[in-house]
Design a protein around this ligand. Structure first.
Ligand code: FCX
Length: 440
């Protein structure tokens, strides 16, 4: 199949049959048990949902449909003629279908997204009216996605009584339109907030064939290297299994049959939290502060250690380190480090990040609280963006959000294809717990 829609369609019946069989055979098996501590502790590690598009191994990091990040970098098609990073459109195909696409399949996704990329002018006008200086870019982003909702095919189909078995088609249609429009939305917010509303002329974007480059050029960047960075960035941040705040929010809200726009806006609001997506903006601030505090002192282990302890003593976390599930260095960190080694090995901020890799894990281990002292994806992304001139760190989470659409919306399509019901776990009170266990 060369069309993404047909490729997804061809997978649905076999997958429904697989799920049916698994449920017939293992439906009553216990997947996990929940302790009282887990119920109070953010349900950490509790296996209580199924999410098909990616799986996180605590030691190895994320796999998209079974493929690790280095494998995706090797196997997914790249931009012609000389791109080195995978095209996000190829990852989208992989996430939706479970298969590595051919060049021509990726080309068809690129063309499809390109056709859908223009944002309705009334939405652009409304975005232009927002109080940009006072409103965080993530708030603007969430508003923008909600503003696009009135075009939802899924909401329309539901209102017209479409049968449940067809919801996935409308969900996919919305997902593709929304993903296609996100680069223009993100760029509108960026240029409104940081460049006085001076936008890149449409003629410069019209001919651009892929999403990464469209994002880069719409933001106002011209270097091929930055196009490549955007492609890498969009691939790396796309999905991180189902339980993280943004993915779970999309799934949860979607389970009420809210359409993909409403569901994704919910995910963005979660991504905007400082312990989740906003960490990437915090990281760059923290790194710049480190540099300032260092002043003329050299970047030695001792000096950096002292500053890390200062952060901890002030009661703050060291942003960009630690993870709720991962227990090793994040492979998304490593992929960005490789990019930096190739393109900006002498950058001062990169050198600081490299040096912190030697220092922070030891400090966190000495502190003795964290379960994972190793760096995560957010530790690295800011310095790459800054190197190419994207210095406005409170915009960074918007880029994360553009990428996160690829994974969470692909998963949402499958939620509807598999007919997953509305989510409704049971909660209990402290009083209930006490009485329940005292009775035993
Ligand atoms: N610096 C200082 N203390 C840290 C820490 C860090 N980087 N990471 C964890 N800790 C602390 C926790 O705050 C907690 O302390 P407490 O018991 O006093 O509340 C203790 O160590 C145990 O936490 P742990 O179980 O290891 O981690 P959690 O699953 O609770 O939290 C996050 C995971 C990611 C939220 C945590 O490591 C953190 O705050 N990191 C810094 C922020 C960050 O980088 N977030 C981005 C994560 C990710 F990549 C993403 O989702 O985008």
């Amino acid at each position: 199949a060369t069309s993404l829609q047909e490729a997804v369609r061809s997978k649905i019946e076999p997958m429904r049959a697989q799920v049916h069989e698994v449920r017939e055979r293992f439906g009553e098996e216990v997947l996990d048990a929940c302790t009282v501590n887990q119920a109070y502790g953010g349900m950490r590690s509790l296996k209580a949902m199924v999410y098909e598009t990616s799986l996180l191994d605590p030691q190895e990091g994320i796999r998209f449909r079974g493929f690790s990040i280095p494998e995706c970098q090797r196997l997914l098609p790249r931009a012609k003629p000389s791109g080195e990073q995978p095209l996000p459109e190829g990852l989208l195909w992989l996430l939706l279908t479970g298969e590595i696409p051919t060049e021509s399949q990726v080309e068809s996704v690129c063309q499809d997204l390109k056709r859908r990329a223009a944002v309705p002018p009334e939405v652009l006008r409304l975005l232009d009216e927002l109080p940009h200086e006072r409103m965080h870019p993530m708030t603007q982003f969430s508003v923008a996605v909600s503003l696009l909702q009135h075009e939802s095919k899924m909401a329309e189909a539901y209102a017209q009584g479409a049968p449940k078995s067809t919801f996935w088609e409308y969900c996919l249609e919305d997902a593709l339109t929304l993903i296609a429009r996100l680069p223009a939305v993100a760029a509108r917010i960026y240029r409104n907030t940081f460049h006085g509303g001076k936008h890149v002329p449409a003629e410069k974007i019209e001919k651009v064939d892929d999403m990464g480059m469209r994002l880069a050029r719409s933001l106002g960047f011209e270097l091929n290297e930055f196009d490549e960075l955007m492609r890498l960035y969009l691939v790396l941040h796309a999905d991180h299994e189902g339980g993280n705040v943004s993915a779970h929010a999309v799934r949860l809200v979607g389970s009420a049959l809210s359409d993909p726009y409403l569901s994704f806006a919910a995910g963005l609001n979660g991504l905007a939290g400082p312990l989740h997506g906003l960490a990437n903006q915090e990281v760059l601030r923290w790194l710049l502060q480190m540099k300032e505090k260092l002043g003329n002192r050299p970047m030695t282990t001792e000096n950096l250690r002292e500053l890390c302890w200062e952060t901890l003593r002030e009661g703050h976390v060291i942003p960009g380190f630690g993870h709720a599930v991962l227990r090793r260095t994040d492979p998304r960190y490593t992929a960005q480090r490789e990019f930096a080694l190739k393109h900006l090995p002498h950058d001062e901020m990169f050198q600081l990040v490299s040096k912190l890799y030697e220092v922070v894990p030891r400090v966190l281990e000495e502190q003795g609280k964290v379960k994972n002292p190793w760096p995560n994806v957010d530790q690295h992304s800011g310095i790459l963006l800054r190197y190419y001139g994207l210095v406005e760190s409170n915009f960074y989470t918007v880029l994360f959000g553009v990428s996160r659409a690829l994974g969470t919306l692909s998963s949402l399509v499958w939620d509807r294809a598999l007919g997953l019901p509305i989510e409704r776990p049971k909660s209990v009170t402290t009083q209930w717990i006490r009485e329940h266990f005292e009775k035993r």
